[in-house]
Design a protein around this ligand. Sequence first.
Ligand code: ZN
Ligand code: ZN
Length: 338
Amino acid sequence: MAESETEARPGHHAAGGRFRNPWPDIPPEPAPGDLLKWSWQRLRADLPPDPAPGALPRGEPALIRPRLEAGAQGCRLTWAGHATFLIQLPGLNVLTDPVLGDRASPLTWAGPRRFTPPGLRVEDLPPIDAVLLSHDHYDHLDRPTVRRLAERFPDACWFTPLGYRPWLEKRGATRVVELDWWQEAIHEAESGAIAGVRALPARHWTKRGLLDARKRLWCAWRVEAAGRRVYFGGDSGYCPAFTETAEAEPPFDVLLLPIGAYEPRWFMAAAHMTPEEAAQAYVDLGGRGACIGMHWGTFRLTDEDPLEPPSRMRRAWSGLGLDPSDLYIPRHGETVSL
Ligand code: ZN
Ligand code: ZN
């Protein structure tokens, strides 16, 4: 490749059509063999137990049907579990990383199983205008859920980072908009509401099959409608993406940030934040607006106590002097009204 072409390639585009994290490699990305090393350690480790039934209390969804009125103030966010939210903005219903099945796994009979049923089912949903997909890991992208959504909401527009169109079209999605980091799309919903959707950087990676590591991009999202601005963090390690985002975007009203899946640090730090790092990310992202903790209490993916993230997040939050009334950690199925 000519030198000028190399220079023109953005930092997160690697050679051979794959993607990479463009920031200094601190903490380092896992080396080949680290996954095996972690799996071996796990077999021998005494991991904290799965939550007892009832340890994860449930909330009652308070959905607005079909949509929040166009002239309404505020927004509603309902947690279906893990990274799946129904975000209701005036005139616009948005679903994030839809995983409503029983397992985060390629198999129906093995792999991480839900601690408690999803807080929303496909049949409970009001009309969906847009779906935001952050990346292809099984706890964020679930084939049966995608098929059922595509069938029930054929007009929904699927916003993805680069590299997802063929996969989604094969599962029935007809409107797919792929964006690179920093690119924005304007979407007119059926209600007439205008949404601004922008792909934002995150420190993570992708892989679903044997040979597809980093062939699809990963990202965070901003969705804006009727002057309400929501940041959806997807999955990310702590990195300069958050300050870069704050420099490029006006302040957010609501920020959905991952607070779980962080142990052991020697392996997870490159791709997942601790609650302390998530609280710092909120500060980096502008330090204002409602923060909603997600990506915990749903599947066992890593080695920490699955019930630990909320208390650590609350401690880190007050340790940074942030207003406790700005932090929300909803129950499965609970609706946060803002
Ligand atoms: Zn992931
Ligand atoms: Zn994840």
